[in-house]
Design a binder for this molecule. Structure first.
Ligand SMILES: *[C@@H]1O[C@H](CO)[C@@H](O)[C@H](O)[C@H]1NC(C)=O
Ligand SMILES: *[C@@H]1O[C@H](CO)[C@@H](O)[C@H](O)[C@H]1NC(C)=O
Ligand SMILES: *[C@@H]1O[C@H](CO)[C@@H](O)[C@H](O)[C@H]1NC(C)=O
Ligand SMILES: *[C@@H]1O[C@H](CO)[C@@H](O)[C@H](O)[C@H]1NC(C)=O
Ligand SMILES: *[C@@H]1O[C@H](CO)[C@@H](O)[C@H](O)[C@H]1NC(C)=O
Ligand SMILES: CC(=O)N[C@H]1CO[C@H](CO)[C@@H](O)[C@@H]1O
Length: 472
């Protein structure tokens, strides 16, 4: 996740105009660039074009989904109003028994409770999570891995990325988490960790070897559960660096990109199959998708056609998982729509968990002193959904828009940990580590004081068996 709304707004204004929705244009574009080589003439008949897209998708062994209109309720996590509240001083204590996968059974997200942390900026880079490393290795000229590797070539960026994979997360970090009761890790990767796509400027190296040694250790020593995320997708899934590269959103309605996305899924599934620990994994095939970036992080950030394309991809991913082992769950990031929106698309009993992200750093008008009660209410609404599929709060942090307070962090941490496991299947803090003492926040401290689990652990904020600073 990006952490500065100004960065996002700046990009939306400068780097790219919002795509103009056009069924016809999208479909023709998809056909011209897609795997349907037989199509040589561009037809003006929408039905014919749609049929041909469906047939080229069918060649990838999946079915083009076209029922976006039958979505459920839209609940936007990031467009709520926050009123001033009386800041009452009493904080509640709860002991929480976190489950683990000691029994080696496949995980049931309906009953599981995740006390999780994200490993962002390890196998997928983001500029503001480790300023010195970025400055010393990449430099200010490049906003993302793509433009950097494109400019310097893989022979230069590759070894630096390998060194990053070897050092940013080590087994010592797993120990630090294990001792404090962390039972779940969500790990963003780029598709290049799983498939080498011609023309891609994302680095394909030894990501899987590093992932293997860290996940084996976390599973064997602490019975942790691992969510493997394909956060970028070929062509770009949201115009952000984490979606492939800044300015890229060509994943949608392009069957070549869908084809390579499925190859990445096959790579993840092969990794899980050959781990000897298949019970310990969940597959997350997409993250924060948006085909209307001007409205990113709101429900308008995804068009109906974008929904259809995601459902097409999920349909094919479920089929691929089923070939390996249906007990491996699929985690679908909700594009800021919540569980209720997606629930009608999938039959009950689908091994699916919805991943919602809740952030307060950009919430309009919110002071840190108003956040805690909002967390309790929002967790209930978003976490329960319509009850058809379990919900996991896959990203959250401690920064508020205004008046951040160091002393208040314990309350915001404990309240989120408590509320997300009470009303949903738990969550994962973003991020394990942030090394950024330059960027400031409104109020006290620096950005890293609110986004770095490792530093919060050093400050004694997370505790192993429960919370004692919760608002609800
Ligand atoms: C579809 O994606 C492929 C691979 O990213 C790209 O080469 C092709 O140009 C795209 N097609 C169109 C029409 O954008
Ligand atoms: C998961 O747990 C729920 C609630 O107990 C249950 O209804 C469901 O059948 C379980 N799923 C599996 C695959 O066991
Ligand atoms: C994929 O979609 C088709 C048609 O909508 C449906 O029949 C099939 O059950 C879906 N497959 C999965 C794995 O969801
Ligand atoms: C902002 O924080 C200060 C203390 O740091 C506090 O006195 C003030 O009431 C807070 N403002 C609001 C609107 O809560
Ligand atoms: C709350 O927990 C922290 C450790 O996380 C501990 O240092 C502190 O003493 C506890 N406070 C109370 C009142 O139990
Ligand atoms: C935004 C967009 O492209 N909308 C189109 C999606 O597809 C439907 C029909 O399937 C069109 O009617 C929309 O115009």
């Amino acid at each position: 996740m990006r952490v500065q709304s100004s960065l996002v707004l700046g990009l939306a204004a400068s780097a790219h105009a919002a795509p103009v929705p056009s069924l016809f244009g999208d479909l023709v574009t998809a056909l011209i660039g897609g795997v349907e080589n037989a199509v040589t003439t561009v037809t003006t008949d929408i039905d014919t074009v749609a049929k041909k897209l469906a047939s080229s998708v069918a060649k990838l062994g999946t079915t083009l989904q076209t029922n976006a209109g039958s979505h459920g309720n839209i609940i936007s996590c990031n467009q709520w109003a926050f009123d001033q509240v009386d800041d009452f001083l009493k904080r509640l204590t709860h002991s929480i028994t976190w489950p683990s996968q000691k029994n080696k059974n496949f995980l049931n997200w309906t009953t599981y409770k995740a006390n999780g942390v994200n490993f962002g900026a390890w196998l997928e880079q983001e500029p503001n999570y480790d300023l010195n490393w970025w400055a010393n290795n990449i430099g200010d000229a490049y906003p993302d891995e793509w433009s950097w590797c494109q400019a310097v070539w893989f022979s230069v960026c590759g070894p630096k990325l390998e060194a990053r994979y070897a050092s940013f997360i080590t087994t010592k970090d797993i120990d630090k988490m294990g001792k404090l009761g962390i039972n779940t890790i969500r790990i963003p990767t780029t598709y290049a960790a799983w498939v080498k796509m011609p023309g891609s400027q994302l680095y394909s190296g030894n990501q899987q070897a590093y992932l293997r040694s860290i996940t084996n250790y976390a599973i064997d020593k602490y019975n942790m559960h691992i969510i493997i995320g394909s956060h970028s997708l070929p062509g770009g899934v949201n115009t952000l660096g984490i979606g492939e590269a800044f300015g890229h959103n060509a994943w949608f309605f392009n069957t070549t990109n869908l084809d390579y996305s499925f190859r990445a899924i096959d790579g993840i599934l092969n990794f899980i199959k050959t781990s000897g620990r298949a019970y310990a994994f969940t597959v997350a095939p997409i993250n924060e998708p948006s085909d209307n970036f001007a409205a990113f992080a709101t429900p308008e950030g995804l068009t109906a056609n974008g929904t259809n394309w995601i459902n097409t991809y999920v349909n094919g991913t479920l089929a691929r998982i089923a070939k390996v082992d249906k007990r491996i769950p699929l985690m679908l990031q909700d594009a800021f729509f919540s569980e209720e929106y997606w629930s009608p698309f999938f039959p009950a009993g689908t091994n699916l968990v919805i991943d919602s992200h809740i952030y307060f750093f950009a919430a309009a008008g919110i002071y840190s002193q108003y956040v805690a009660p909002a967390i309790c209410g929002q967790a209930k609404y978003i976490g329960v959904g319509d009850g058809k599929f379990p919900v996991f709060i896959g990203e959250w942090s401690l920064q508020s828009n205004y008046n951040n307070s160091l002393a208040y962090r314990k309350t915001l941490y404990d309240t989120q940990v408590y509320a997300y496991q009470k009303y949903s299947s738990g969550g994962a803090f973003w991020n394990y580590k942030m090394l950024n003492d330059k960027d400031t926040v409104d109020g006290e401290g620096k950005l890293q004081d609110y986004w770095s689990w490792s530093a919060l652990a050093d400050a004694g904020i997370p505790s192993a068996s429960g919370v004692n600073g919760s608002y609800c």
